[in-house]
Every structure is written in C-alpha cells, then in structure tokens.
Ligand binder design. Structure first.
Ligand SMILES: NC(=O)c1ccc[n+]([C@@H]2O[C@H](COP(=O)([O-])OP(=O)(O)OC[C@H]3O[C@@H](n4cnc5c(N)ncnc54)[C@H](O)[C@@H]3O)[C@@H](O)[C@H]2O)c1
Length: 258
C-alpha cells in the first residue's frame, strides 16, 4: 500500500479557509493534489488564499458564502455540482468577534447565538448540502474541526463548548448513517493554535499568556495550521477509510483520548 496521501481527482470544500487554520488546511489539500474550494464569509480572504494556492500550481477557486445561511450554502454547493470532501473549519465566534466570554450565569441568549450559528448550524448546513453528492458517488469524507473546549469543557465559553460538542455528536450520527455509502465522518479536536492571526501572542517568549498556556502542553509548543492540515489530509485519504465516527485530538498532549 502506498503511503503517500494522493487526493488527485478529489474536490474539497474547506469552510472559513480565508485565514488561520483553514488556510493551512487548504495548503495541505492542495499539496495532496485535490482541487480546493476555498470558502470564507469574506470574499477578499477566500480569493487571496485561492490565489496563493493557484500560484503553487494547484487547482483552486474562491467560493465565498456564509455557512450560517442554509440557502446560500445549498446554492453554492449546487453550483459546484457537489464535493467529495467537506472540511467544516469555519468557527470560533464567527464574524462577530469573541464577545460574550463570561461565566454562563452572566450571559444572555443573544450572546450564545454567534457561537451556535457558526460552530453548530454551519456544520449541519454544510453537511446537509454536501452529503447527497457523496452518497451518489459512493465515496465521501467529512472532517469537522472542533475544539478541546467542546470535549473537556472550558470556563467562560459555555456556548462555544456546547456548539462544538453538538457538532461532534452530529459527526457520530452521520458516520453511522453514511458508512454504507463509503463515506467517513470524523472530528479533529484542536488545542491552542498558532496562526498568523494569533502570532503576536506567541512572538514574545516572555508573554505571560503564552507561558501559562504552554505550561499545560506536554509538547511545549502551540499547534500549527500544518499540524491540522496533515491530520485532515490523512482522514480524507484512502488509507483512512476504516476510521469513522471518531474524534481525534490534535493538541500537543494537553488532554488525551480514552
Ligand atoms: N485557533 C485556535 O487556537 C483554535 C483552537 C481550537 C479550535 N479552533 C477551531 O479551528 C477552526 C479555525 O480557527 P481559526 O483560529 O483559524 O479561526 P479564524 O477566526 O482565524 O478564521 C476563521 C475564518 O472563518 C471565517 N468565517 C467566520 N464565520 C464564517 C461564516 N459564517 N461563513 C464562512 N466563513 C466564516 C472567518 O472570516 C475567518 O476567515 C475553528 O472552527 C475554531 O473553532 C481553533
């Protein structure tokens, strides 16, 4: 069996790939030979990453839409004529910024909404829109980026934890329903990542936030988009066809899967 992850002939849709972890995942899929559909809410971000990929010789196109708008998701996937692989990466607090970070008892329902919309409804919508083409082909992959916050819990982030845990549950249900169609569905549970956008925290080795975070990681470094790309490409590969319904921690050992 070849141990190179070859995704030539596969089309992957990566949501929220205009920056951060998603951008790294897009580069990973491009390197594996897939045609990469770069989604983001912001057209300029999606286009910039699609251009970066095209400059490496990869087949890439920008496909901006809002994952929290089901009609927009369905229309975009319809126009694409379906995809083989979906990476649900758009997340965090969506476009609204990290507002509403407080003890649950001090928050109100309107503060939970942005987290639930992008991290849970966005995943439901994208899975619903893309599964029919995968079922028709008898092959497909869905990889959902969740967070250790959703697996182990985190203070002051109850709505985010809830949404990520919900998305993880969806993965298991979809794995059961769709395994017979050659479709695998898995989660990647991330620890703290160093991206271009969060780089300033990590640039200064004496930054107290960075120091206290790293002390909790067995491997004393933050995760990189390349780490997420490697696991996502593997889960999408032929070689991972017997892995489904799983949550794979990618977290430098801050917590372990049982
Ligand atoms: N960065 C971390 O430390 C970390 C840790 C654990 C989990 N995660 C998860 O990893 C994923 C990526 O995180 P990141 O830090 O790279 O995020 P980021 O905020 O840097 O980038 C997310 C991208 O998604 C886009 N986006 C937001 N809402 C959207 C919507 N409704 N429709 C389409 N696109 C939308 C944004 O425009 C942005 O370009 C998220 O699901 C996040 O929850 C990140």
């Amino acid at each position: 069996m070849a141990m190179e992850f070859d995704l030539k002939g596969r089309r992957v849709l990566i949501t929220g790939a205009g920056q951060g972890v998603g951008r790294g995942i897009a580069h990973g899929f491009a390197a594996a030979g897939a045609q990469v559909v770069v989604n983001d809410l912001f057209t300029d971000r999606a286009q910039e990453v699609a251009d970066e990929l095209a400059a490496t010789g990869a087949a890439a196109l920008a496909c901006p839409f809002d994952v929290t708008d089901y009609a927009a998701v369905a229309a975009a996937v319809d126009e694409l004529g379906g995809v083989d692989i979906l990476v649900n990466n758009a997340g965090n607090a969506g476009a609204d910024g990290w507002t509403g970070l407080a003890k649950f008892v001090d928050t109100t329902p309107d503060q939970w909404e942005p987290f639930l919309r992008v991290n849970l409804y966005g995943v439901l919508y994208c899975a619903r829109a893309t599964l029919p083409s995968m079922i028709a082909k008898g092959w497909g992959r869905i990889v959902t980026i969740i967070s250790d916050a959703g697996r182990t819990g985190e203070a002051n982030m109850a709505a985010y934890c809830t949404a990520k845990a919900g998305a993880a549950g969806l993965t298991r249900a979809l794995a059961i329903e769709n395994g017979r169609h050659g479709i695998t569905v898995n989660n990647i549970s991330l620890g703290t990542m160093r991206t271009r956008e969060t780089g300033t925290i990590w640039a200064d080795p004496d930054n107290p936030t960075a120091k206290s975070m790293l002390a909790r990681y067995v491997v004393r470094r933050p995760g990189l988009p390349e780490d997420a790309a490697a696991l996502a490409v593997f889960l999408a590969s032929e070689q991972a066809s017997w892995i489904t319904g799983q949550t794979c921690p990618l977290n430098g050992g801050i917590s372990f899967a049982q």
